[in-house]
Design a protein around this ligand. Structure first.
Ligand SMILES: Cc1cc2nc3c(=O)[nH]c(=O)nc-3n(C[C@H](O)[C@H](O)[C@H](O)COP(=O)(O)OP(=O)(O)OC[C@H]3O[C@@H](n4cnc5c(N)ncnc54)[C@H](O)[C@@H]3O)c2cc1C
Length: 603
């Protein structure tokens, strides 16, 4: 095994971050140290009753800022990092760009803006680009998902254009088409394929009450009876193929996985898709460059102020309302944040740190969030001197113990790689997401959590090579360097820690999730753990976006429509429901009310 050359470790203040913090001292991108207070004062002078402090600049926080700034509110966003975007942001390898090129970019693997998203695409359409287009125009389809197997097992290239029959009116036809696909394509034993297809149709025809009252509490793994099935059934249908990170089959609720499956199926049947195109779409450049940086620039143009390098540590409840918040700066000083409305747009594991005893007793739903569970899910980039040969799009490494999924970015990014990023020698960023951190790997026999960063890099490379050996062998000589997400750091005792874990939509977790509104009248929540109702609700950018819309709508209503921008209602966009199943769902609703099982719930 060759020694993999490691990219420069993140310095204390990476260059991109330093640039943003530095620029803050001037006019634009962020607030210089010590200016958050003056921003608040400026806001206080001009917009009494309409000052909003958004804590967290992820998709949820930026969405609230967008909706409210358009309606005349004075919004300030406080973010612990130096850049916006949270989990969606691109990762840059510090000090790797030379000769006017940008630092080497990376992503958390595949960053899909799927065709069944409707709220997020609306936001993308409202972020203008020079030349009259919008950020939405930078989405590009990924037409193939390659289900790669280790040597000896046939790979399965899957086109992600429509291949589900568009006629859904015949349930028998749907069951036999799905079963046929699983039998022919994935080569599952016929009865396993048929059983899964029957369960899938049961979900599609379940009424909403049953989804929330029954399927929410059943693990997907149990619902599809994965325990007694073949290894391939477990891998393909029980979570080995991790297309959507939130859908963790062994622990996720059937309602959640069913929602994902249903959305993908309808999309593949050409139903209810955002643009009518393939369901799998990514940006044609690093996410920060294509979307998040233009978004932040647009928000600034709308008057939003950003205070980067501010980690909010405390919310002060006085007289039943949030009176102020306190942030710690990167320089170790504290700052007081005054506002009329506070939006906590933080991941659940961070938000609960702000729930002090007074807040917990004011709103027990906030305390319930302690029960939400998180997992590790992070990206690693391999920078290659040539394009990865034979990789067309999104690759799922089906047999990898660490549940790897990768994408060759040069195939989807429109700019010429070597001329745009790095030192001119790199032509490919192979971006990989590691979804499983508890299972031993093939090289060291250790789970990812117990490895060093360098061991993770070697292990992931080995697992990918084992999958691509048949048709697209990875050559060690192509590898220039690698870069593992900076949130993964060594813990000093031979293992790793993760500073940015990811929410799991475990069975029953809906009960623990908060609404966008709280019992404290000027406190709102906007992140991917917040309950959403119009489209999907599993942890994703679409959910964070809808949560942001809900928080903004609630503030607008609570403020009495006082936004100077006209105060138009904040819209949310519904997901697709097949009319052909309406009658079956109505029948199921009757059965649910009578305490009966679904008609297909026959074992
Ligand atoms: C590896 C991976 C791949 C994914 N792929 C996809 C995908 O393909 N498609 C998709 O739709 N979704 C995907 N997701 C999920 C998606 O990225 C998230 O659900 C979404 O970005 C969450 O947005 P958020 O605003 O809720 O939270 P976050 O993105 O976590 O944003 C919260 C922000 O708050 C900041 N913050 C934290 N604590 C503080 C504090 N105390 N004070 C101030 N600021 C603070 C953080 O730095 C961060 O910027 C993926 C997630 C992961 C981990």
């Amino acid at each position: 095994m060759p020694e993999l050359p490691a990219a420069a470790r993140p310095s204390a203040v990476p260059r991109r971050r330093a640039l943003l913090l530095g620029a803050a001292a001037g006019a634009a991108p962020g607030l210089a140290p010590g200016t958050a207070r003056s921003a608040s004062r400026r806001a206080a002078r001009s917009v009494d009753g309409r000052r909003v402090a958004v804590i967290g600049a992820g998709v949820g926080g930026l969405t609230v800022a967008h909706e409210l700034a358009e309606r005349g509110f004075a919004v300030a966003v406080y973010e612990r990092r130096a850049v916006p975007g949270g989990k969606a942001r691109s990762l840059y390898v510090p000090h790797t760009g030379t000769g006017g090129r940008r630092d080497l970019p990376g992503e958390h693997g595949h960053r899909g803006v799927f065709g069944f998203y409707h709220n997020l695409p609306d936001t993308l359409r409202r972020i203008p680009l020079p030349g009259g287009q919008s950020v939405h125009s930078r989405l590009t389809p990924v037409r193939w998902v390659e289900l790669a197997r280790v040597t000896g097992r046939p790979d399965l290239p899957v086109p992600v254009d429509r291949w589900v029959p568009s006629s859904l009116s015949d349930v028998n036809l749907l069951i036999s088409s799905l079963a046929g696909l699983l039998q022919e394509g994935v080569r599952l034993p016929p009865w396993e394929a048929l059983f899964f297809a029957k369960q899938a149709v049961m979900l599609l025809t379940s009424c909403t009450e049953r989804r929330f009252g029954q399927w929410e509490y059943v693990r997907w793994w149990d619902f599809i009876r994965a325990d007694g099935m073949s290894e391939d059934y477990q891998k393909f249908l029980g979570g080995g193929v991790q297309l959507l990170q939130a859908l963790r089959a062994p622990v996720a609720s059937t309602r959640t996985c069913g929602q994902g499956m249903e959305s993908i199926l309808y999309d593949l049947a050409g139903r209810g898709s955002d643009t009518g195109g393939p369901f799998d779409r990514v940006f044609d450049a690093p996410t920060s460059e294509a979307w998040l940086d233009p978004w932040a620039a647009h928000l600034r143009a709308l008057g939003v102020r950003f205070a980067f390098g501010r980690s909010v540590e405390r919310l002060d409840l006085r007289g039943g309302r949030i009176a102020s918040a306190t942030a710690r700066t990167v320089y170790g000083t504290t700052e007081r944040i005054d506002a009329d409305w506070f939006v906590v747009a933080l991941p659940a594991d961070r938000a609960v740190r702000l729930w002090n005893p007074a807040l917990r007793s004011a709103d027990p739903r906030l305390a319930a969030m302690d029960g939400l569970r998180h997992t590790w899910c992070s990206g690693i980039q391999y920078y290659l001197r040539e394009q990865a040969p034979g990789i067309r799009g999104h690759v799922v490494h089906v047999d990898s113990p660490w549940k790897l999924a990768s994408i060759a970015q040069s195939r989807v990014w429109s700019a010429p790689f070597a001329r745009t990023w790095g030192d001119g020698r790199v032509r490919e960023s192979l971006s990989v997401v590691i979804s499983e951190w508890e299972t031993p790997g093939i090289l060291y026999g250790k789970p990812a959590r117990r490895c060093t960063r360098a061991e993770v890099a070697r292990e992931v490379w080995a697992q990918m090579k084992a999958h691509l050996a048949d048709h697209a062998p990875l050559d060690d000589a192509l590898l220039e360097t690698w870069y593992l997400d900076e949130a993964i750091t060594e813990d000093g005792s031979g293992g790793l820690r993760d500073d940015d874990p990811f929410l799991m939509n475990t069975a029953g977790s809906w009960d623990l999730r908060p609404e966008a509104t709280t019992a404290v009248p000027n406190l709102f929540l906007a992140a991917d753990h917040v309950r959403t109702y119009s489209n999907i609700d599993f942890a994703s950018m679409e959910t964070a976006n809808e949560a942001g819309r809900r928080a903004a709508g609630a503030i607008l209503a609570a403020a009495g429509g006082t936004g100077g921008g006209g105060g138009a209602e904040v819209r949310t966009f519904r997901g697709y429901e097949a009319p052909e199943f309406a009658a079956a769902r109505a029948l199921d609703r009757q059965r649910w009310r009578q305490g009966l099982r679904h008609v297909l719930d026959i074992g």
